[in-house]
Design a protein around this ligand. Structure first.
Ligand SMILES: [Zn+2]
Length: 365
C-alpha cells in the first residue's frame, strides 16, 4: 500500500491560493535516490515564479535527460528547493551516505560528473542536472527525494532547520561575492534588496570579506536591523526613484567597486549609475522580470564588468555550513511556519513589507 505524507501541492499556476495543503504519496526510492525526512524548506523566489506561472517549463537539463519534448511543468507539483532533513532511506547504488545522517541539499541533482562543467567546478551548468521543486517534487512536504551528488552533511553545531538556507540562499551569495564579485578588503560594495533571505546573508559575507557595505531596502522599518547585521549605510528606496546620488555621496563621489544586484530590473538604472570606474556589477537576482534600459557606452566609459552569478555548487553549500558552524555568519530567519501556512508565507514574501530574512516551512512529524 502506498504510504502517504503531508504536502503542499499546486494543481495549476496562479495566486497563492493554488497552494493546497493535503496528502501525497511518499516518493519511491530508486537506486540512485536518497529519501529525506524534511526538517525545513526555505521559500525561494523561484517558488513564487513557478507558482505564478512566470516559469512554466521544466529545466533544459530535464528535457535533455528525459527526451520530453513538451517540457511543460507537470501537475500536481510540490514546490520547494531549499531543503534540509534527515536521511531515512538510501538507494541500492548509494554508498557514501546512510540513514540517520543530517544533510542539506542543493536545488538540483543528478549532474554527470564527467562533462566540461562538472570537471571545472561548474556542475550547476551540467546539462544532466535537473531541478527539485520544478522538474520533480520538492520540499514543501514531509519527505523528498534528493541526490547523493547534491547533498552535504550538516555539522552538529548548525541547527538542521537553518541548514536549509546553506545552498540556494547562503551558497548563492558566497559564489556571487567571493567567486564572481571577487570582493577585496576595503572595497565598497552595494547590495540591493538587502532584507530578503539572500541579502541578509550577503551583508554578512561582504563584511567578512572586509568590505564597506551599502545596502538598499524598500522599508524604513528595516534600517536598524540591517545596520545590526553590519551594513555601513542603508538607502531606503521607492519604486522608480533614482537613489544613485546617495551612493555617490556615501562614497565621496566614487561609486561602489562591486554591485551585488538581487533586485534586478526595477533597480537597474540606479545600480548601474552607482558603479565606480572599473566596477564589477554582479547580477544574481531578478524579482519582477521585464526589460531594463542599458546604454552600452556606459560599460565602456566606466570600464565596467557586468557579470552573471548563478546557482551554488556543493562546495558553496559546504562553505556556508562551515561559516555557520564557526559562527562567522548568523542564519537570519524571518519565521518558521507549518506547511498549512505556505500560501500565507508566499503572500508575506510578495508584500515584502514586514519580512526580514528567510521564510521557512517546517513540515513537522
Ligand atoms: Zn556534467
Amino acid at each position: 500500500m502506498t504510504q502517504m505524507m503531508n504536502a503542499v501541492q499546486i494543481h495549476s499556476f496562479g495566486a497563492p491560493e493554488v497552494l493546497i495543503y493535503g496528502q501525497a504519496a511518499i516518493p519511491q526510492v530508486g537506486p540512485r535516490d536518497i529519501l529525506l525526512k524534511v526538517a525545513a524548506c526555505g521559500i525561494d523566489r523561484k517558488d513564487l515564479s513557478i507558482r505564478e506561472g512566470t516559469i512554466r517549463k521544466k529545466s533544459i537539463a530535464y528535457r535533455i535527460a528525459s527526451n520530453d519534448k513538451s517540457n511543460d511543468i507537470e501537475f500536481p507539483l510540490i514546490l520547494g528547493t531549499e531543503i534540509s532533513g534527515t536521511i531515512v532511506e538510501v538507494g541500492s547504488q548509494i554508498t557514501q551516505f546512510t540513514t540517520g545522517q543530517r544533510v542539506a541539499s542543493l536545488p538540483r541533482r543528478g549532474h554527470c560528473g564527467t562533462c566540461l562543467y562538472c570537471h571545472t567546478g561548474r556542475s550547476e551548468s551540467c546539462a544532466s542536472a535537473w531541478f527539485i521543486g520544478q522538474d520533480a517534487n520538492g520540499g514543501y512536504a514531509q519527505y523528498v527525494l534528493v541526490g547523493a551528488d547534491s547533498i552535504c552533511q550538516v555539522p552538529d553545531a548548525v541547527d538542521l532547520q537553518d541548514a536549509c538556507m546553506s545552498a540556494a540562499c547562503i551558497g548563492t551569495m558566497i559564489r556571487a561575492i567571493r567567486d564572481i564579485g571577487k570582493v577585496q578588503i576595503g572595497e565598497k560594495v552595494l547590495i540591493t534588496g538587502a532584507s530578503g533571505g539572500l541579502g541578509v546573508h550577503a551583508i554578512q559575507l561582504a563584511k567578512l570579506a572586509g568590505a564597506f557595505v551599502i545596502v538598499t531596502t524598500s522599508s524604513s522599518k528595516k534600517v536598524n536591523q540591517l545596520k545590526m547585521l553590519g551594513a555601513d549605510e542603508v538607502i531606503v528606496t521607492e519604486k522608480n526613484r533614482d537613489w544613485s546620488s546617495e551612493v555617490t555621496r556615501m562614497t565621496a563621489g566614487q561609486g561602489v567597486d562591486v554591485g551585488i544586484d538581487i533586485v534586478g530590473v526595477s533597480n537597474f538604472k540606479s545600480t548601474l549609475k552607482s558603479m565606480a570606474l572599473y566596477g564589477r556589477l554582479v547580477c544574481v537576482g531578478e524579482v519582477e522580470g521585464g526589460v531594463a534600459e542599458f546604454r552600452p557606452a556606459i560599460a565602456l566609459l566606466k570600464r565596467l564588468q557586468i557579470l552573471g552569478s548563478y546557482a551554488p555548487g556543493v562546495e558553496h553549500m559546504a562553505k556556508a555550513l562551515e561559516l555557520l558552524a564557526n559562527k562567522k555568519i548568523k542564519a537570519i530567519v524571518d519565521s518558521y511556519s507549518p506547511l498549512q501556512d505556505a500560501a500565507k508565507s508566499h503572500i508575506k514574501m510578495m508584500q515584502s513589507t514586514d519580512n526580514f530574512g528567510r521564510l521557512i516551512l517546517v513540515p513537522g512529524d
